[in-house]
Design a protein. Sequence first.
Length: 117
Amino acid sequence: MNSFNNSTILCTKKRLFLLFMLNMSDWLCTLALLSTGIFEEANPLMKSVIAQPIYGFLVKIALPLILMVIALSRLKDSDEKQVLLSNRICLCGVSVYVIINLYHILCFWFVNYFMVR
């Protein structure tokens, strides 16, 4: 492997970790917002999952962690094209979760500014 590929693999690993952390943040923020009674889960697929804490943990934490470990173990044997594709997919996922987490922050601000007073 050349140095370009090694740096791209490192970047992909960092993005996978960031993606996992943002996913976990999404889950925790969703639970916090749902606990206010003002918000409800917008994703119809996640409504029933988030209602049961163990299912929420499995779907939002355990399964992504397992998939991340599998992806990391396969990454070292990937060719340059596969690593670049993985890197781009991770970047798209991170971008989506950044937007979702910013939305959560905006909702928290809304609740604290307008509802708590």
